[in-house]
Design a protein around this ligand. Structure first.
Ligand SMILES: Nc1ncnc2c1ncn2[C@@H]1O[C@H](COP(=O)(O)OP(=O)(O)OP(=O)(O)O)[C@@H](O)[C@H]1O
Ligand SMILES: [Mg+2]
Length: 159
């Protein structure tokens, strides 16, 4: 078995387990995203939950860069989805504005996730069922003081 890297409180960061990490800056949350990205492979979907400003996009920025994306990683709140071509293809969705999921929206999400992409989905609850089979990790980010955040990583697959 591959040794799991340790979190600050001693739990593994991967391996079908749950880990909780605290970060004290946006850069630290990016670094956590990068660490997680090393375990992902094409076809994987990561769901990100947490309040506005909790750090979901920041986490994805670190992950996407680690996967070789060299374009600026910005919030796709209005575009719904951004694609990055790196060492692997990355899809970054933000479904905040998707009120309900009509057939058309469902198709859009499926199109964005088609092919060999590693996908990160913010505000995923309208499509969590649709994505369940591909979801390998659920990330929950929580405010924990000014620049402090708590990240809970719940792995759904061995990685
Ligand atoms: N420890 C930290 N981790 C992440 N972001 C932090 C941290 N400390 C401060 N920040 C700041 O908090 C903000 C997080 O914004 P971000 O866009 O990542 O949130 P989000 O969860 O994607 O929000 P939204 O739901 O609006 O998409 C950024 O301005 C970032 O610089
Ligand atoms: Mg965001």
């Amino acid at each position: 078995m591959r040794p799991a890297s340790e979190t600050s409180d001693g739990g593994p960061v991967g391996g079908a387990a749950t880990a909780v990490r605290r970060t004290a800056s946006a850069a630290a949350t990016e670094a956590l995203g990068a660490e997680v990205a090393a375990r992902l492979r094409p076809g994987d979907v990561v769901l990100l939950r947490g309040d506005l400003g909790a750090g979901k996009t920041t986490f994805v920025r670190g992950a996407a860069r680690a996967l070789g994306a060299d374009a600026a990683v910005t919030s796709p709140t209005f575009a719904l989805a951004h694609r990055y071509d790196g060492d692997v293809r990355v899809a970054h969705l933000d479904l905040y504005r998707l009120g309900g999921l009509g057939a058309e929206d469902e198709e859009l999400v499926e199109d964005e996730l088609a092919g060999d992409v590693v996908a990160f989905v913010e505000w995923p609850d309208h499509v969590a069922g649709l994505l369940a089979a591909r979801t390998v990790l659920e990330v929950e980010l929580r405010h924990a003081g000014a620049d402090e955040r708590e990240a809970e990583l719940r792995w759904r697959a061995e990685r």
